[in-house]
Design a protein around this ligand. Sequence first.
Ligand SMILES: [Fe+2]
Ligand SMILES: [Fe+2]
Length: 453
Amino acid sequence: MSIHQFGKKFITLLYTLTRACRIYDLNNDVVITAGQKFYQFINSLFDIFENIEIVRYRDYIFFNKQRLRFEIEGYASLQFIDNRLKHLDIKTIVISKGIEKDEIMRFITIFKETKDIFMNEIKQKSFPHIFVEFKTTKDEIPDFLQNGERTKKVYFKALMVTKNLMQNLWVNRTVDVRSSKRVVYNLIDTLSRDEFGLLALTTIKNFDEYTFNHSVNVGILSLALGQRIGLSKKDLVKLGTAGILHDIGKVEIDKGIIYKPGRLSTSEWEIIKLHSNFGVRQILKTRGLDEVSLYAIVVSYQHHWNYNGTGYPPRKEDEHPIFFSNIVRITDCYDAMTTFRPYQPTPYIPPLAIKVIWAKRGILFDPVIVKAFTQLLGVYPVGSCLKLSSQEIGLVVRQNPGHIEHPIIKIILDSKGKKVDGHTIDLSLDKKVSIINPVYPQKYSINPASYFV
Ligand SMILES: [Fe+2]
Ligand SMILES: [Fe+2]
């Protein structure tokens, strides 16, 4: 069982017991059975975990640092517990080893009550194995959400594998795409644990190695988008691999053209455009071809096909891109727009790139996917630099689910333009500061990515 599954079961049993206690008294068979099941499950958890920690932050619930996803199965119980925690103003509950059934039952009898009763009882009665932390007006971001070491490891591993793969193809060595698939599995796991952290790393745009960074970024952005749309894990593996491999055909193009400083001539552009076709050949050449590689082939061929029928390679009127290609079309454009390129020395700042993509929905991009993409990255994506009403400059470090116009920022320049290691502000909660406008980081000699690595 994964942490996520343990978490889901914990929430379901807690829900059943709390509900039973609301309806029946403590001696009722339904309550006794539900209590017994919950107690036994908690005890079995202590064979694996030191503590059981439930954290509610914004609209998410975390079980032992793993974010629990709302799914159809178990939706009611998660919603119920979320409402309870919200109603009681609880930020964290930690249950520690050695808890007895009696303490659990005493806790549940107050957990079902009103906020006043709950707060009063928790202070008065002794709960030696249950620690409750209430929300403060500051609503601090939990520490583990800020700790991204593991996330960074996964990102750089993905980068390394992609680099190896492309470099081997460059010298015509046979490669196995299964290594990319493994990377994708790791990225999917990391996304469910630390979506914000992984998205933040896509602000890394290394000019010299843009194809590698770009490939990994498109893979991550596509996966995050696919996850938001609700794709199954099986589909996410196909989508993520296709995202990473979408530009693989570029290995057949002369590096002189790819890295050419300045504008490309028309004939050079025509050569660049062939990378969609070349990608098909490159993936077909790899070892261990399977269903996942087939999707990567299709996406490589179609990822420059626009919603309105334009784009390249040429296609017939009744030919349409598959859903995965439509996703990669958007994430590819977004990452390319926000990256330094020889022909694009000043990249678009993320909020502007989002605006452009939004404006081109229904023309170049599938409008439904654009909507989900904007919800995912917000109006000011992670890595955006914002001028604030306080004259300070803030860097967007996290999105706020449900508040796409009010992200969480970190102050990086004070009102005099001096670099500072400032505090973190949740703009949806702190109404004293507001956004004036997004700014170009180059103007202030800021490299947003350096704050996330
Ligand atoms: Fe491309
Ligand atoms: Fe691309």
